[in-house]
Every structure is written in C-alpha cells, then in structure tokens.
Design a protein around this ligand. Structure first.
Ligand SMILES: Cc1cc2nc3c(=O)[nH]c(=O)nc-3n(C[C@H](O)[C@H](O)[C@H](O)COP(=O)(O)OP(=O)(O)OC[C@H]3O[C@@H](n4cnc5c(N)ncnc54)[C@H](O)[C@@H]3O)c2cc1C
Length: 384
C-alpha cells in the first residue's frame, strides 16, 4: 500500500525521496541481498510503500500517475542500485499493467490494477518459449475453447517474477493454424501450472527468471485480455514499447553508478606516485564513458517526451534501447578495467552490475533485432 504522505508529494520532492531511498536503503542493502541471493521481503514492502509498484498507473487505479518523462527520471535514480530491485516491480509498472490499462475490460482493470499499483499483487508477462524467443511467431502454447472458457497447454521460459507472481499474463494461440495470439490471465497457483527456477543465473542472480509449464490449465472466458481473441501481439506491444523505454533508462542508471564507482576508485588508487585518474589512458576511459552516458540519457529523455506527446515513438525507442544497453555494457567493461584486479576479486558492486547489464542487451528485443528493425525503417525515417 502506498503511503498517503508519499501520494501528496509534488514530483521534485518525490524524486528527492526516491534518490534518498536509493542511497540509504537500496544501495546500502545490496551486500545483504547478494549474501541471501534474494531481495529482502521487508525491502519489497518498503518499495511498495513509497510507490515504486504504482509509478505508472493513474490515480484512479491507485497509482502515482507520473508522466513517461517523470518515470524515466525516477528510473535513472533507482537503477543506480542493483537492476534486480527494479525487476521486482518492472512487470507491474510496465509489461502487464500497460497492456491491461490500455486494452483490458473494465472488470479486468478493476480486478487487478489497483492491487498491482499497491504492490499487493505481482503480475508476470509470459510470452517467451523455447521455440519462440526473438521470433514470437514460433509460439506453441495453445488455448483450446471449452463451454465456459479455455484450457491452456504449453511451456514458457525466462519469465521475470514468474516464481512469485500472483497472476501470469500468458500468450497463446486459440487456433494453432492461425498466426494470431491471444493473452490470458492465469493464477500462478492454478492446477496444472508448474514453476521452476534455474540452478544458475549469469547476472540478475538475486532475481532468477522462471520456467513455467501449463498443463491442461482451465481459465474462465473472462480471463481473455480485453475479451478479444487474436489481439495478443498488439496488446503485448503496448507493454513492450513502454518497457523498452524503461530498460533504456535502467541502462543509464546502471552506467551512472558504475561510472561513479570507477571515478571514486581512480581518484583514490595511487600507482607510479599519483592517482591513476591522472593517467591519460584512464582519463580516456572515464571521459568517453561520461560522454556516452550523457548521450544515452538525452536520447531516453527525448523518447519519453515524445511518448508523453502522443503515440510511442517506436523507432526512437528502439534506438534508445539499443544504444543505452550497449553503452552500459561498454561503460561497465571500462569500469572493471579502471578497478584493475579489484574489478575481478572482492566486494566491488561493479562486476556484479556489469554482469547484470549484459542481460539488458538480450531482453526487450535483442540488440540485433533493434538493428534489423531500424535498418528496415531507415528509408522511411530518412525519406530516401
Ligand atoms: C533476465 C531475462 C528476463 C526476461 N524476462 C522475460 C519476461 O518477463 N517475459 C518473457 O516473455 N520473456 C522474458 N525474457 C526472454 C527474452 O525476451 C528473450 O530472451 C529474448 O526475446 C531473446 O530470445 P532468445 O533468448 O530465445 O534468443 P534467440 O531469439 O534465440 O536469439 C539468439 C541470438 O540470435 C539473434 N537473432 C535472432 N533472430 C535474429 C534475426 N532475425 N536477425 C539477427 N539476429 C537474430 C539474437 O539477437 C540473439 O543474439 C527474459 C530474458 C532474460 C535473459
């Protein structure tokens, strides 16, 4: 439940609150999270109280209703802490809530949205399958019509929050011969739903993604998102464009922190009689990182403003997601280099974050998919 005092804050005060929370609670408790391999439960409750699960939804559904630009500014703050914290509420603020808010029936919105904004209900987005990653057309999960609803069978993998979500938004085909997809709300604890976690994550280790098997899972007819069959891809894209903008902002936040850590180290670590920050080669790594970071920040903010002005700027979102996630990997790699052996051995957060940001280049459209989509759009974008 979001604190009433938080609700009353104007944006600048809320941003300051989130900045303080990031430093004094999220960053401060990273060692504990890493030690336990999970985000502490009481910290998840604090995240809910200060409204992180409700950043994007309007107040009529219990959210804080910030604009996309404000959401991006907030994301750049709280993702100076581990990206795993953000993943914890990402599906509530983005992938699921955006599709539901835009396309859900009034009953579906009433049932889920306020609880999602409060952090009382966690929703996960289950699209990816073993045969359907970058190419959603390979999706094999089926939803067979029955007298009073549907029966779902299939296999999903890499699902963020899948293990502790209350409800899954599952994409399936009502007709295996038809390319169209449909989306269904499925209770994670329903009969026939099995969830497993991987033994090992390379990055995002404290927030593992789930594998989900659906075996003869009955859902009622009103579990169909929007009450319309075959519109699942359009529904998904609404959440995906929003999530890509947020992932680009996440990359900026992560790069900011890694650059802060590297800069601090460069000014305190002495070799050859002076701080390593005085060596040209180290300055090149730090200076270039800052330039790229600021270019990424400007691009995401521009995207967010265009998003707020009307239609999501699809190509610019693709460009921001591509550029910022690649940039964060580069900045992270240089930060490890500046740290020297301490970037490999010991307690520095940099190598952990460097592993975490690697995944950002894969989910919400792998870099190669954005490159392909942008290249295809160029004749129109450039008018040639
Ligand atoms: C941490 C994490 C969280 C995730 N969370 C979710 C979630 O909540 N819900 C969900 O549904 N999914 C989720 N995913 C899945 C994610 O969306 C997929 O991993 C992603 O779409 C890529 O699919 P894939 O892994 O099957 O790789 P593939 O599609 O098999 O791609 C492998 C490689 O081939 C390249 N490639 C593929 N097609 C082309 C092409 N046409 N041209 C050029 N290169 C190509 C890709 O760029 C990539 O480099 C998550 C993944 C991760 C790692």
């Amino acid at each position: 439940m979001i604190d009433s005092a938080v609700r009353a804050l104007p944006f600048d005060d809320y941003l300051a609150l989130v900045r303080d929370f990031t430093n004094s609670e999220l960053i401060a408790r990273e060692p504990e999270m890493v030690r336990d391999g999970a985000v502490p439960d009481d910290l998840v409750r604090r995240m809910a109280e200060i409204g992180l699960f409700g950043l994007t939804l309007p107040s009529e559904y219990g959210g804080l209703g910030w604009t996309v630009e404000q959401q991006v500014l907030l994301t750049m703050e709280f993702t100076r802490a581990s990206a795993v914290y953000r993943s914890r509420f990402s599906t509530n603020i983005g992938l699921v809530s955006q599709a539901l808010f835009e396309y859900g029936t009034p009953a579906q919105r009433d049932r889920y949205l306020a609880a999602m904004a409060a952090g009382d209900l966690v929703a996960a987005f289950a699209l990816t399958e073993p045969e359907a990653g970058s190419d959603a057309s390979g999706l094999r999960t089926t939803a067979r019509r029955t007298a009073d609803g549907y029966v779902l069978d299939g296999h999903k993998r890499f699902i963020t929050n899948g293990a502790w979500a209350d409800v899954l938004l599952v994409f399936a085909r009502t007709d295996p011969e038809d390319a169209a997809l449909s989306a269904f709300f499925v209770d994670r604890t329903a009969d026939g739903v099995t969830v497993t976690l991987p033994e090992r994550m390379n990055g995002h280790a404290e927030g593992p993604v789930a594998e989900i098997t659906l075996s003869g899972v009955h859902v009622p007819a009103d579990a169909l998102l929007g009450g319309v069959e075959g519109a699942g891809l359009r529904h998904a894209l609404r959440g995906i464009n929003h999530a890509r903008t947020h992932v680009a902002a996440t990359a900026v936040g992560q790069a900011t922190r890694m650059l802060e850590e590297a800069t601090r180290h460069a000014h305190t670590r002495r070799q050859f009689g002076s701080p390593i920050a005085e060596f040209g080669a180290v300055q090149a790594m730090l200076g270039r990182s800052y330039a790229e970071l600021e270019a990424g920040r400007a691009l995401v903010l521009q995207c967010a403003r265009e998003f707020d002005a009307g239609t999501p700027p699809r190509e610019k979102i693709s460009a921001a997601k591509l550029y910022c996630t690649e940039m964060a990997s580069e900045v992270g790699d240089r930060a490890v280099q500046v740290l020297g052996g301490e970037g490999i051995v010991g307690e520095s957060p940099v190598p952990r974050m460097w592993r975490d940001v690697r995944a950002l280049r894969i989910y919400e459209g792998a870099s190669q998919i954005h490159e392909r989509n942008l290249a295809r759009a160029l004749p129109t974008l450039l008018g040639v």
